[in-house]
Design a protein around this ligand. Structure first.
Ligand code: X8Z
Ligand code: ZN
Length: 613
């Protein structure tokens, strides 16, 4: 759909602008009024949708180019143009969304109703119809994005560090104080975001109310082919399936970190200090594998080392990822992808390094934007981004309102699903390792995967637990930071390593908060990718355990995957899921099956330990 054409950045378009199409807004601003709905027919609805999609298509193209220019070159000029284009785009869509509401009581076929609904709830941060407010909302969106993208931490002696540099330190340093310095340092960037964020919430809630939503929280929760109020229970159900496993992992990791840093630094009855887990946000823990690995020697492929010793550069990493998709039967990426993508952090200008994938023209202008680091972790991110690109290309011939993923979790799951096939078997096939470790090494390999995938799940859940409360006005600015840490504690068992200053706005130090990218999608993706992987392994005829399966080279698996991708969002996500997996239900039991031997091992390790926090 329109907001998804750039996967992440499109969301930014969807949110940050406003528009000034005041006259359009004023004319159509009487959504649902009796006067405007009289005598409307199903044919009127279809005609309206044709016009709406044409109008959106026309404006989304220049908006996308403006957004790309800004994200790859942050300066005062690109910021002004992107804010303006975002404003135009969002105002247009908001006006059309109000027009769509005129058909609420008109009897129309299911396809027409679905498109009208998608139009109504398509924006992420809908602008109010008041043009000054719409303009302000767009400006705030661009400004917050710029503050994050150009953010850096400087020491008193004026040596400065980018997020990329600090992330590399967080991954590799084992020095408590260095980790703490960078952890605190990066969180200085978000302090000035707070008043802007607060203002943005209020403006977008005004826009949501004009569209008939109680608030933006309801709008966000309402995008899942089920009532908005039932969706959180669905998430609770899934989290309940994973929680015991997460607690076992947490218990083991805390014990091992306690051995390394001392139990005075890592108390064994409290949440884990957030700076010790190998990641700026403690969202993935794979980088501390060496501290928590089994005592018995285990061979776990060192992808970072292999990439280095084989002289992989950024382009070669992307080519290798492309070739996986090609082996499944997907067409190669176009020349323009290679010409226009940003693979490296350019010298001498600020850019938005947070990885994203784009389709600027909804046809073939596919690109990724990354500041690729030559690590195994980033090799996975490349697959993640290409998954977005192949999805975008698969649904490009759908009507504009159906150009998007079945639900947003699907978009985030595709590349990760492919990356789950980066198993020793595959690494040997492409020559990155020489021998496939035998089954006695599986616990090590499962632990490595779990540190990234299982550790992520509660983080993927808590970010929007916070935002939904904020967007619904249940949490007010005085409590933004405290509630953030309450949720970090509750779901992740992670705590701030030091008392946070009164003006801290720690949520703003996570990209998706200033960028307004909803986050529940990643929680869903972490459940879905295991379901997809299992289904594809079965289709590919790989009968080994799931953690050893690779679908590399299986055109049957590729075809099955493509059949789902091509549907875009033309049907409820439950149907898309059923198309690939045979079941319409999201289900974490595949995760339980995938990691079952590790769970047994963790439970043994944890015997005699006091778990929980
Ligand atoms: O933001 C991303 C992708 C782009 S959609 C790199 N991810 C989340 C994050 O980095 O926080 C992927 C997993 C979680
Ligand atoms: Zn993504």
């Amino acid at each position: 759909m329109f907001k998804l054409k750039m996967t992440m950045a499109a969301v930014v378009v969807g949110l940050s602008l406003t528009g000034c199409n005041t006259s359009a807004t004023a004319e159509t601003g009487t959504a649902g009024s009796t006067a405007s709905t009289q005598n409307l027919t199903a044919a009127d609805a279809k005609a309206f949708l044709t016009r709406a999609q044409n109008e959106i298509a026309k404006i989304q193209l220049p908006a996308a180019h403006a957004q790309w220019s800004y994200a790859t070159n942050i300066n005062v000029d690109t910021q002004a143009v992107s804010a303006y284009m975002n404003e135009q785009f969002a105002t247009k869509v908001a006006a059309l969304a109000k027009e769509a509401a005129r058909f609420n009581d008109v009897e129309v076929d299911a396809d027409t109703r679905r498109k009208l609904d998608l139009l109504r709830n398509g924006l992420t941060m809908p602008p109010p119809s008041n043009p000054e407010k719409a303009e302000r909302l767009a400006k705030i969106g661009s400004e917050l994005g710029g503050m994050y993208g150009s953010g850096e931490y400087c020491r008193d002696d004026k040596t400065c560090f980018s997020l990329v540099e600090m992330s590399a330190e967080m991954a590799t340093s084992r020095d408590y104080d260095t980790l703490l310095e960078f952890w605190e340092g990066w969180r200085e960037v978000s302090v000035p975001m707070k008043p802007l964020y607060e203002e943005q919430v209020n403006l977008a809630n005004e826009g949501a109310a004009e569209l008939g939503f109680a608030n933006v929280s309801e709008l966000w929760r309402g995008k899942y082919d089920m009532p908005a109020d039932e969706f959180p229970q669905e998430l609770d159900r899934l989290w309940g399936q994973v929680e015991p496993f997460y607690e076992a992992l947490h218990c083991h990791v805390r014990a091992k970190l306690g051995e390394h840093y001392g139990t005075d630094k890592v108390p064994q009855d409290k949440p884990i200090p957030a700076h010790l887990l190998g990641n700026m946000w403690a969202q993935t823990w794979g980088n501390v594998y060496d501290l928590v690995k089994p005592e018995q020697e285990m061979k776990v492929p060192d992808v970072t080392g292999a990439l280095k010793s084989q002289g992989y550069d950024e382009i070669k990493m992307v080519k290798q990822a492309e070739s996986f998709f090609s082996s499944l039967g997907f067409e190669e990426l176009p020349d323009t992808f290679w010409e226009r993508s940003m693979f490296e952090k350019p010298e001498g200008r600020d850019v938005q390094c947070h990885a994203s994938a784009w389709n600027l023209d909804d046809k073939d202008d596919l690109r990724i934007k990354m500041c690729i680091q030559k690590t195994g972790e980033e090799f996975n991110v490349i697959h993640h981004e290409l998954g977005h690109n192949y999805y975008q290309r698969a649904y490009k011939d759908q009507p504009l309102l159906y150009r998007g993923s079945a639900n947003d979790g699907f978009h985030e799951a595709i590349g990760d699903t492919i990356a789950l096939s980066i198993t020793p078997k595959y690494l040997k096939q492409i020559g990155l390792i020489d021998t496939i470790p035998d089954a006695s090494n599986d616990i090590g390999m499962l632990l490595q995967v779990a540190l990234d995938k299982i550790a992520f799940i509660p983080f993927g859940l808590m970010v929007d637990q916070w935002r939904w409360k904020v967007l619904a006005g249940e949490v007010t600015p005085e409590n933004y930071n405290d509630v953030w840490w309450e949720l970090r504690n509750k779901y992740q068992g992670v705590m701030a390593p030091v008392d946070r200053p009164a003006d801290a706005f720690d949520p703003g130090a996570k990209y998706h908060v200033p960028a307004n990218v909803p986050y529940t999608r990643y929680f869903l993706a972490h459940i879905l990718q295991f379901q997809f992987h299992q289904a594809l392994c079965e289709i590919a005829g790989d009968e080994g355990p799931l953690n050893r399966c690779s679908i590399y080279g299986s055109e049957e698996a590729g075809t099955a995957l493509n059949n789902m991708l091509e549907m875009g969002m033309s049907e409820p996500w439950q149907n898309a899921l059923e198309t690939l997996t045979g079941s319409p239900k999201m289900d974490a039991s595949t995760i339980q099956a995938y990691f079952a031997p590790l769970k047994t091992w963790l439970d043994e390790q944890n015997q005699g330990r006091q778990c929980g926090w």
